[in-house]
Design a protein around this ligand. Structure first.
Ligand code: FAD
Length: 574
């Protein structure tokens, strides 16, 4: 008899052969319509937008997919409540529309509603003021083109608040307002957008750095890219190049000096991770800080708490959390959490860099500036896009491709109708999970975890398990993940190194106190045969990752950015 998952078509696998084919295709005589530099959310969004318009597009990423800022965010898909205070209603409305589009249609498996409490300290005026703001937030979401994806907000007394958040500090609030936004695994969103682009014909190569822009007169006509795995260089010709390189934007622009260009400063944001069991509560919190807000966010089996906002003057490749960052977050969180969190509760920590756009006085006339992101062309043939946020990646991508292709005849963006991989036939997949759940003894939580990460692509993991039944087992030292998941990471998700699995395909690097180091050996047992690694290579991969994890941990004990950065730099370059 035909199994339900056998009817689902298989997606294109991002293997190392696919990477090699992509590099060959990008550098062949036909040239590309668009070359995208940077495999964060902005770049992969642009690749998807271009591919679905029928353009010949290639994307290169200097490190692993999402390794820049896009795997280090607060993982919220949100309208940005605080922008209401700046009276930026259009911006909030746009982000809420994107949020609800993702939750309702484009990626309901990946993007999930989550609630937050805004705690109140003053009885009347604050309830009226904050209440009006949150009401407006909900109303702005209701006037989007999508159906409402979230429940309406609700007011709570102190007593009511303690019911939904028993570990509330007794002096934290006299009541609160609960409202809804959404969360996503940011690295998985990037990977899924990228894989959807590949499905539509995009070429893609990670660990491939643009080292030079190609010129014909004053025009940019492509780039020289360096394959960091082999050291080989390739010339890629393209009618248009889009730079989506986040905090590296000025570095990319400097490859083609011009009077015009974006100026980008970096600001560091740190998060800590504590186990779900450590705080009793069924809602997140949003807390006001001097500069911005700090979130306590429910995230699968954990709480994520952050973030900070401090200037970063070090190397953009090594943003590191310090002891001072961690202490600040603990102090802030403990204003609402009781018993107080301590360092021993922390299982993981990460730091990311916000690309802060400077006023664009030198952007010239060829720029489209929004409060959040800017698209401009410092040279003919080169479009630069930076700023924005994860939530609005689709709008940014559309802007970037429209801008790059202005003056030529191309179809309009259609990504508001392009479901991300895994979203198609999600309900059928959910139904079909009953039989394998029984057969393999998976808990309800495991089934939810799998559907959340893969949606209907779960059919591909089930097919692999059918062929190799041991893949149905959880990893012995990281039992929240199945062996099948790391296998799939190697067969389909473009893994080139063990660290890719630990940091971005799973989030073991932050979810386990030891960063998943004890699980490395078993993970290598599963992925090495797929990737053709011998014993020596496995040993090297395990040692490299252990060194990196140790450096992240030691850095978080340093008091200042420079010493913390030095730890990471040494581990990566040793
Ligand atoms: P990046 O993700 O940094 O991607 C740029 C990529 O370009 C990098 O991967 C880099 O390796 C690559 N690159 C650079 N130079 C080259 C080269 N020469 N050749 C090839 N590749 C190159 N947004 C939200 O919507 N919700 C949130 O909750 C949220 N929280 C945040 C929290 C923090 C702490 C931070 C820092 C940001 C947060 N954001 C959030 C914002 C969001 O994360 C960023 O706006 C977004 O990730 C930026 O993506 P990007 O693709 O532009 O840049």
């Amino acid at each position: 008899m035909c199994k339900p998952w056998e009817n689902v078509s298989m997606s294109k696998a991002m293997t190392s052969a696919f990477r090699a084919e992509s590099l060959a295709a990008m550098s062949d005589d036909r040239g590309l319509d668009i070359l995208v530099i940077g495999g964060g959310i902005t770049g992969v969004g642009a690749a998807l937008d271009a591919a679905t318009r029928g353009l010949r597009v290639g994307i290169v990423e200097a490190a692993d997919w999402s390794e820049g800022t896009s795997s280090r965010s607060s993982k919220l898909v949100h309208g940005g409540l605080r922008y209401l205070e700046m009276l930026d209603f259009a911006l909030v409305h746009e982000a809420l529309t994107e949020r609800d589009l993702l939750v309702n249609r484009l990626a309901p498996h990946l993007v999930k509603p989550v609630s937050f409490v805004f705690p109140l300290e003053h009885r009347l005026w604050q309830r009226l003021y904050v209440g009006a703001g949150i009401l407006l937030y909900d109303v702005l979401a209701s006037i989007s083109r999508q159906n409402r994806a979230m429940s309406w907000h609700r007011h709570f007394t102190k007593h009511g608040l303690r019911k939904i958040f028993p570990d509330l500090h007794p002096n934290a609030a006299i009541g609160g307002i609960r409202y809804w936004d959404a969360t996503v695994d940011d690295a998985r969103l990037v990977l899924t957008v990228l894989r959807t682009a590949v499905e539509h014909g995009a070429f893609a190569a990670a660990r491939t750095r643009v080292v030079e822009l190609l010129h014909e007169g004053d025009r940019i006509v492509g780039a020289i890219v360096e394959d960091r795995e082999t050291g080989e260089r390739h010339s890629v010709h393209a009618k248009q190049v889009i730079s989506a390189t986040g905090v590296w934007t000025e570095e990319t622009q400097s490859m083609s000096p011009s009077q015009q260009g974006l100026q980008v400063l970096a600001s560091k944001g740190v998060h800590i991770v504590v186990p779900k069991s450590r705080i009793r509560g069924e809602s997140g919190f949003i807390l006001e800080t001097e500069k911005s807000v700090l979130f306590i966010i429910p995230w699968s089996r954990y709480w994520i708490i952050g973030t900070t906002d401090t200037p970063w003057h070090g190397d953009f490749r090594y943003p590191a959390a310090t002891a001072a960052d961690v202490d600040y977050i603990l102090e802030r969180a403990n204003r609402v959490v009781s018993p107080p969190l301590t360092r021993t509760d922390i299982v993981g920590v990460w730091a990311g860099l916000r690309p802060l756009l400077q006023p664009t006085s030198n952007a010239g006339t060829s720029a489209k500036v929004s409060r959040e992101h800017t698209t401009m062309s410092p040279k003919p043939g080169l479009t630069v896009i930076a700023g924005g946020k994860l939530t609005t990646y689709r709008v940014m991508a559309e802007d970037a491709v429209d801008f790059a292709m202005r003056g030529t005849k191309v179809p309009k963006s259609s990504t508001d109708n392009v479901l991300l991989l895994g979203a198609e036939a999600l309900a059928a997949m959910r139904k079909a999970m009953g039989a394998p759940q029984q057969r393999y003894g998976w808990s309800d939580q495991m089934v939810e975890h799998l559907l959340h990460r893969y949606g209907s692509m779960m059919s591909e993991l089930l097919a692999a398990i059918e062929a190799q039944p041991d893949l149905a087992q959880p990893l012995r030292y990281a039992p929240d993940y199945l062996r099948a998941e790391v296998h799939y990471a190697a067969t389909h998700e473009g893994v080139l190194h063990l660290a890719d699995v630990m940091l971005h395909r799973t989030r073991l690097a932050y979810e386990m106190r030891d960063g998943g180091v004890t699980a490395s050996e078993e993970i290598l047992d599963v992925i090495a045969p797929v990737l053709g690694w011998d014993v020596k290579r496995c040993r090297q991969e395990a040692a490299d990752y252990a060194k990196l994890h140790a450096a992240i941990s030691v850095a978080a004990m340093m008091q200042d950015d420079l010493s913390a950065e030095a730890q990471l730099r040494t581990a990566v370059n040793a």
